[in-house]
Write a protein that binds this ligand. Structure first.
Ligand code: 13P
Length: 248
């Protein structure tokens, strides 16, 4: 089970270190199969990664990855830094797709670089407004754009984040989330029949509602934004996940 914390660009370097220290001093070695991953902003990435260097519990990821390995792209994260400090990388978050015009092609290129560097890409997909006539159309296109060889390796996560659930306090309807997860698994198994890729849900997840997502069939974790910005609310989410693990 995956519990991912996307800090977005909400914390400065000092606040990132302070939050990381609080999480570090309140995590035990009793999280079983729960994979906790923190995604600080790029400026805070190295210092947060160094804090967790000797932690076997919390992994670190970047919120975006390099487009190419050449190392000449202004504004990008250096390949050496991302491979030294990260295990995971978020790609194609809906805010980057909508505000920065990141296309499926760009996401595919970044995913290839990430996999070549040994990182696990967390590829975000979204159907936009839940009132869409065909709720799976956008998602299917985004999934089909992921290079087949990356899907075949099976070392990636898919995060389903409905746009109108992100940062709104209006989380997705669990029934719709479960149906969408089923559709995502179906599309992936049509492309690579032998692979089971973990699918996460993201969008206004908190300690109150996380159980309703983690107990869904086809959902293997959550990608948390706002509720990951304080140690107590984030660790309450981890505790809920632990209860579910123990109950299984
Ligand atoms: P919120 O949890 O703040 O809705 O953010 C979700 C998200 O975008 C995580 O990537």
């Amino acid at each position: 089970m995956y519990i991912l914390a996307n800090w977005k660009d909400r914390l400065d370097a000092d606040s990132s270190s302070a939050l990381a220290n609080q999480i570090l001093s309140n995590t035990s070695s009793a999280y079983g199969n729960i994979e906790i991953v923190i995604f600080p902003d790029t400026v805070s990435l190295a210092q947060v990664a160094l804090l967790f260097e000797s932690s076997s519990i919390v992994k670190i990821g970047a919120q975006d990855g390099p487009l190419e390995k050449s190392g000449t792209l202004t504004g990008s994260i250096a390949v050496a830094n991302i491979s030294q400090f990260c295990d995971y990388v978020i790609l194609g978050h809906s805010e980057r797709r909508s505000k920065l015009g990141e296309t499926d092609e760009i996401v595919a290129k970044k995913a290839t670089v990430a996999c070549d560097l040994g990182l696990v890409p967390v590829i975000c997909v979204s159907n936009g407004e839940v009132s869409n006539a065909d709720p799976y159309l956008g998602i299917e296109t985004q999934l089909q754009a992921i290079p087949r060889e990356i899907l075949s390796r099976g070392e990636l996560l898919i995060a389903y984040e409905p746009i109108d659930a992100i940062g709104t306090g209006s989380p997705g309807n669990p029934k719709t989330v479960e149906e969408t997860a089923r559709a995502i698994h179906k599309v992936i198994s049509r492309i690579v029949p032998t692979i089971n890729v973990p699918v996460l849900y993201g969008g206004s997840v908190d300690a109150e509602n996380v159980t309703s997502y983690l107990s869904l069939k086809g959902i293997d974790g959550v990608l948390v934004g706002g509720a990951s910005l304080a140690a107590d609310s984030f660790l309450s989410i981890v505790d809920e996940a632990l209860h579910i693990e123990h109950a299984q």
